[in-house]
Design a protein around this ligand. Structure first.
Ligand SMILES: Cc1ncc(COP(=O)(O)O)c(C=O)c1O
Ligand SMILES: N[C@H](C=O)CCC(=O)O
Length: 424
């Protein structure tokens, strides 16, 4: 018998994957190995097609293999892959980001969301001269040491929200509060207020499944940061340019001091960025003393893909159909679950959505996600996968819709869901 791809991979790669959430640990079974992707679909190595709601974990807002993004990559590659010296396209990218998100007066490009948040935290500490940060349980900001404390995403799937290998001396500077609970932040600030350099959060949580901010939560954090001379960092790696061209901060009309970006800004290439107030960004090397660097940062091929992605996203009414399909999808799923008598609810903002097998009518807290029926989610996931619908392989991850999804994809998904709910 031929060895499965995951078994072959596991000989050479820990767990057989290059990022833990891909391993299907949260749902059991073997991960699907993808051979190619186009539009709203991914195709496995057996050429089976799946309607894709993972979208490379968010970046592919235009759908897979978009011809303009592909062409931008080809054109840039023809001029060479990397120079380690400044290029004009980096100016174009920085200008585009600053124009789209007015709170970003200056921006530094990096290669991943992790680099963006790690660097933003260092900058906040260097700027304020303080060490502690506040994050929220279930929010995930990549895998820098100080942020792997009560983290979401793969950390929740593995049941290890705080990673071994993070020295207690580092972790003690990370304080954790409860998302959508301002009192929990008040309490921390009452105790540690003078030592807090920054509050960092996903303004729309997408790594404990999808949880929008409760009314007044982001505004409350803004005020608390002002009162305690701490910086407010919005980690918009996931929701940036996904919930609108001005990202979550425009949607909720709250201005952070620093913003981190990733995913959509790279159009599928490995790109991250962090930026914000000019006086803060001026502390960054070589303008200022806080060190941060990257051999491949601002890579011309990646910048070209990202810039093409941002240009496409600015077309008039770009977000209308994506929002509409997201609405239709979650409403359709809700009514099918209701008809089948399955306790179920959904959240969505823009083109991010969350599905919860729970008795709760409204999911606003991490604890509600953790107490959901995770076993039922697993069964639902596999029934959908068998039927040709690729959902995130974890109850703790948000789903995404792209511009390439259409009515047929939606009907296909809802037909599959109808059968799945009936078998749960
Ligand atoms: C909100 C958020 N921040 C940071 C990260 C880290 O990004 P990356 O995986 O590119 O390092 C992710 C995703 O992984 C994310 O969703
Ligand atoms: N939830 C993560 C990103 O948003 C999943 C991506 C990864 O860690 O591989």
């Amino acid at each position: 018998m031929t060895e499965s791809l995951i078994a072959q991979a596991a000989h050479y790669i820990p767990g057989g994957v290059n990022s833990p959430v891909r391993a299907f640990n949260g749902v059991g079974g073997d991960p699907v190995f993808i051979a190619r992707a186009d539009g709203a679909k991914v195709f496995d190595t057996e050429q089976k097609a799946y309607v894709d709601y993972v979208l490379s974990w968010g970046p592919m807002i235009h759908g897979h293999n978009h011809p303009e993004i592909r062409q931008a990559v080809i054109d840039a590659a023809a001029n060479g892959l990397s120079f380690g010296a400044p290029t004009e396209i980096e100016i174009a990218m920085a200008q585009a980001v600053c124009d789209l998100i007015p709170s970003i007066e200056q921006v530094r490009m990096v290669n991943s969301g992790t680099e963006a948040t790690m660097s933003a935290i260092r900058l906040a500490r260097g700027f304020t001269g303080k060490d502690k940060i506040i994050k929220f349980e279930g929010c995930y900001h990549g895998h820098a040491d100080c942020l792997l404390v009560k983290a979401g995403s793969g950390m929740l799937t593995l049941g290890e929200p705080t990673s071994p290998g993070v020295p207690a001396d580092f972790a003690k500077h990370t304080l954790t509060a409860t998302f959508n609970d301002l009192d929990s932040v008040h309490q921390l600030l009452a105790q540690y207020g003078d030592d807090v350099a920054a509050i960092i959060l996903e303004p729309i949580a997408g790594n404990m499944n999808c949880i929008p901010p409760a009314e007044g939560f982001l505004q409350g954090l803004r005020e608390l940061c002002n009162n305690h001379k701490a910086l407010l960092i919005f980690d918009e790696v996931m929701c940036g340019f996904r919930v609108g061209p001005g990202s979550a901060q425009q949607l909720y009309n709250v201005t952070p001091d620093l913003t981190t970006l990733g995913k959509v800004i790279g159009g599928g290439m490995p790109v991250g960025a962090f930026g914000g107030r000019r006086d803060v960004m001026q502390h960054l090397a070589p303008a200022g003393p806080v060190y941060q660097a990257g051999t491949l940062s601002g890579n011309p091929v990646a910048m070209s893909a990202g810039l093409a992605s941002l240009k496409l996203m600015q077309q008039p009414s770009f977000f209308d159909s994506i929002y509409q399909y997201t609405d239709n999808l979650v409403q359709g799923l809700q009514s099918l679950a209701d008809q089948a008598g399955i306790p179920f609810t959904t959240n969505h903002v823009g083109s991010m959505f969350g599905l919860f097998f729970t008795q709760e009518k409204k999911v606003e807290r991490f604890s509600q996600v953790a107490e959901g029926d995770l076993e039922r989610f697993k069964r639902f996931f596999h029934l959908m996968l068998d039927a040709g619908v690729y959902l995130a392989p974890s109850a703790f991850e948000a789903g995404f819709i792209s511009k390439a999804h259409n009515e047929d994809d939606l009907s296909f998904t809802l037909d599959a869901a109808k059968r799945a709910f009936q078998q749960l």
